[in-house]
Design a protein around this ligand. Structure first.
Ligand code: HEM
Length: 512
């Protein structure tokens, strides 16, 4: 009885709109037509709910979090790319894994990684300076996402595992190659057949879905299986090195070392098994790299579009660099970053406007009642404040739409406007997201565990790049598409098959 958009066909339902249109387009349309909740169709006439209502989201993510596990086909994809790690786990297994992993992702642990991120950002600066030649007049169009992705891989290799990948130097590293464009290569440009297949696999037992992913031929699946072989080899080796170091009392600040230590103090029932520890390495590599690199790329895109924001941000950076020099240091500290209001506002607005994970997918484990913050009128004309749902109902939680709600973000929600975070610091609706109430890192019991890690990495890179370079749009950038490839990637209209591309005109920034 909940209203929703017309399905394209019985076979596809509404899913092509969700996955083939530009990222977020269907979400924005449905939000303006139906409000915070709509009935959409999956293939073969199956009913699903699409949701951006804050109270409903809060209920599903948080209040009733473990009653809304991930959809089985999504878990099967997680297993393909990250084994039995945290993104795959559900219920008690998820609670146990998350408890052991949390200490590695706390605030002090993430802050301690800032120098690692600054180092890798500096490598991009040096590379681009070499490519540019040396005078402020020299400008070149660079596909910025290429180098940012490689540097983000190097950064996560070192920050999470104390492992040198050397992707930016194009070092011939098997693990680095296994992760380069992993998600984009597997999930971008999904055909109708692929969308149909992925969606209907949930009618099969989990074991069969997993076997299909293990043995079916296909370029994407081959890449995932090759990734598994490369990652397992390195993970086994690293676990051995780190366990030995722990025995010798030599800890390190990388995430894996902290995890090995935290796990050693757990009892037999709560400990992660060896296989689970190996899985967490793939989980962190998968969840942490393309997400951060793509967010940073969209930030450069927005700043290239708005020279004024760029000038304002650079002025703030210059002032802070000056005060850092005056105290005899060379790098900005976490406190310095926190004391830069425009940087903070830009970061929040980029995360709000370009959430690289646009949807989360869940399924009700029992009959339930979803509360709404605003009533809706049903097809039969009743006004309702809550929606009763059956067990097994699949729901799409729309990060994209929530982040553009006018009742939360204001009438200009569809405009990129960092000023909103400077003008208004109060509470915006029910608390849903873990950070600044944007939903980009999700919320509740399985919110992004690496959000602090991502924020420091983002700031380290953005400050270095803005301090050294000016960015303007290139002609090609007018064809930019936000491609929905599970993680949102920038591609160019007509060249989507080339994968992630973000051509920007880059020149040296003047240092005054
Ligand atoms: C801008 C960067 C990032 C964004 C936008 C992002 C977003 C998200 C979102 C939306 C989820 C929830 C997915 C769901 O519930 O279906 C998630 C989960 C997760 N993220 Fe992130 N993430 C980012 C960076 C990172 C980093 C840097 C790491 C690790 C170093 C990381 C590790 C994880 C893990 C392990 C989970 C699974 C948590 C769980 O299921 O309990 N993420 N992330």
């Amino acid at each position: 009885d909940v209203p929703g958009p017309e399905p394209e066909s019985f076979l596809m339902g509404n899913l092509s709109q969700l996955f083939q249109d530009q990222a977020g387009e269907a979400d924005f349309k449905w939000q303006s037509q139906f409000g915070g909740i709509a009935r959409i169709k999956a293939p073969l006439g199956e009913d699903m709910l699409w949701i951006s209502d804050p109270k409903a989201l809060q209920y599903i993510y948080q209040t009733s979090g473990y009653n809304f596990p991930k959809q089985p086909e999504r878990r099967a994809l997680s297993r393909l790319l990250a084994d039995h790690g945290l993104t795959w786990a559900d219920g008690e297994t998820h609670k146990r894994q998350r408890k052991v992993m949390l200490p590695a992702f706390g605030t002090p642990e993430s802050k301690a990684l800032l120098p690692v991120f600054q180092y890798h950002a500096e490598q991009v600066v040096q590379l681009w300076k070499d490519m540019l030649g040396g005078t402020a007049e020299d400008a070149r169009v660079l596909n910025v996402i290429k180098h940012i992705s490689s540097a983000a891989l190097d950064a996560i290799g070192e920050a999470a595992f104390d492992y040198q990948l050397g992707c930016l130097d194009s070092a011939d590293n098997e693990l680095g190659q296994a992760y380069q464009n992993l998600i984009a290569d597997i999930f971008s440009l999904p055909s109708k057949a692929k969308i149909f297949f992925t969606s209907v696999t949930h009618y099969l037992p989990m074991r069969i879905i997993e076997m299909l992913y293990d043995y079916l031929p296909g370029k994407g699946l081959d890449k995932a299986r090759q990734n598994k072989r490369a990652a397992h080899k390195v993970a086994e080796h690293l676990l051995e090195v780190k366990s030995r170091a722990l025995l010798l009392g030599k800890g390190n600040r990388d995430i894996m070392s902290i995890l090995v230590k935290a796990n050693a103090s757990e009892n037999e029932h709560t400990k992660l098994t060896h296989e689970e520890m190996v899985s967490q390495m793939r989980t962190i590599m998968l969840a942490g790299q393309e997400t951060t690199a793509n967010t940073l790329s969209f930030a450069l895109y927005e700043l290239a579009k708005s020279p004024d924001y760029q000038t304002q941000l650079r002025a703030e950076i210059r002032a802070m660099e000056q005060s850092v020099r005056e105290r005899g240091e060379t790098e900005l500290s976490v406190a310095d970053l926190d004391a830069m209001p425009f940087l903070q506002a830009i970061m929040r607005e980029v995360l709000r406007f370009h959430p690289v994970i646009m949807h989360n997918y869940r399924q009700s484990a029992r009959e339930d009642v979803i509360p709404l913050s605003k009533p809706i009128t049903t097809i039969s004309g009743k006004e309702i404040n809550e929606v009763p749902i059956p067990k097994g109902l699949r729901v799409v939680l729309s990060v994209a739409a929530y982040n553009r709600r006018e009742d939360i973000w204001g009438e200009d929600a569809h405009l990129f406007n960092p000023q909103r975070f400077l003008d208004y610091k109060g509470k915006r609706g029910p608390s849903v997201g873990v950070f600044s109430n944007v939903l980009t890192f999700s919320g509740g019991v399985r919110a992004c565990i690496g959000w602090r890690f991502a924020l420091y990495e983002f700031q380290a890179f953005l400050v270095k790049l803005m301090s050294n370079f000016e960015f303007t749009l290139a002609d090609e950038t007018k064809r930019l598409r936000r491609e929905n490839a599970v993680v949102m990637i920038p591609t160019l209209e007509g060249e989507a098959e080339k994968g992630a591309q973000l051509p920007l005109k880059v020149s040296l920034a003047t240092q005054d």
